[in-house]
Design a binder for this molecule. Structure first.
Ligand SMILES: Nc1ncnc2c1ncn2[C@@H]1O[C@H](COP(=O)(O)OP(=O)(O)OP(=O)(O)O)[C@@H](O)[C@H]1O
Ligand SMILES: [Mg+2]
Length: 261
């Protein structure tokens, strides 16, 4: 795990994506149905280290299902998710629940619309929680958490409870928490959905700077074109399928949709 904690990346500009980089996470032929409704109808997607991928589409088009399937939270009915770990490729779909949950804790980070922070805990306690759960001594966990909070512009707010922070500040605590373990892929589902546009911009800067700015990957579900425009790539879903990409001319359902030729 890489626990590097840069001093500040709040205003970092993400580097241009290296399209030649190998995929750190890929999903092939992903299908997921719930009763009679098809959430994913055969999705192919590859995410590279250092890139940010926005997933857009109407409500019910399968965005959250895709995010959760890539993150090993939801098991697809068929298809395969592969994660490139430091020691080689891992077939996430073939892992048992215990190993998948460990992978999620150690390699992935999550940010949701309403940060899902624990209101009774302070900013630093919330941020340190994944490390505490991983068995780190409190002092070390909080030391690392403090670095991340400072890097996200929250120095001095460590001891505040979540209710004592603004929406944007709370979301930055959620971002710090998502990355305190050194996550190489961060998944965000509508991370700015509850924020005004200026705050949303700040939170996106923090999110991009602390993920792609560090060479890691970001997968973000959003309804907001402004948020999507800041990502290296946009994938649009309709009825569980990826729509053809107007910029690359890729065909929906083709292999590795979204990969620039
Ligand atoms: N746990 C579930 N049980 C039953 N149906 C589900 C479940 N999760 C998702 N679905 C269905 O799968 C389809 C895709 O849902 P999903 O949550 O992925 O959509 P979404 O694009 O994230 O929508 P939204 O923008 O509203 O969040 C929808 O038809 C939804 O009703
Ligand atoms: Mg959703």
């Amino acid at each position: 795990m890489n626990f590097s904690t840069p001093s500040s990346f709040t205003n970092a500009t993400p580097p241009t994506t290296a399209f030649s980089a190998p995929a750190i996470l890929s999903g092939s032929a992903l299908v997921k149905t719930y009763g009679s409704s098809t959430a994913l109808a055969g999705v192919n997607i590859a995410v590279r280290a250092g890139e940010s991928v926005a997933i857009m589409g109407a409500s019910g088009s399968g965005k959250t299902t895709l995010l959760h399937t890539l993150a090993g939270i939801t098991s697809p009915d068929s298809g395969r998710v592969e994660f490139q770990s430091a020691s080689g490729p891992i077939d996430v779909t073939a892992m048992n629940e215990r190993d998948r949950s460990r992978l999620r804790r150690e390699a992935f980070g999550f940010v949701f619309q309403q940060g899902l922070l624990i209101p009774e805990l302070t900013a630093i306690e919330n941020t340190a929680l994944p490390l505490m759960l991983a068995g780190y001594p409190r002092r070390e966990a909080e030391g690392r958490a403090q670095h991340w909070l400072a890097a996200l512009g929250l120095a001095g707010m460590e001891a505040r409870r979540i209710g004592e922070l603004s929406g944007g500040q709370a979301q930055r605590v959620a971002i710090a928490r998502a990355q305190v373990t050194g996550a190489t892929v961060v998944f965000a589902d509508e991370p700015t959905g509850a924020l005004d546009s200026a705050t949303s911009d700040d939170v996106m800067s923090a999110l991009l700077g602390s993920t792609v700015g560090q060479g890691h990957a970001l997968v973000v579900v959003t309804h907001d074109e402004t948020v999507a425009a800041r990502c290296s790539r946009v994938i649009r879903l309709r009825d569980g399928r990826i729509l053809p990409d107007a910029t690359t001319g890729a065909v929906a359902g083709s292999s590795e949709t979204g990969v620039s030729a």
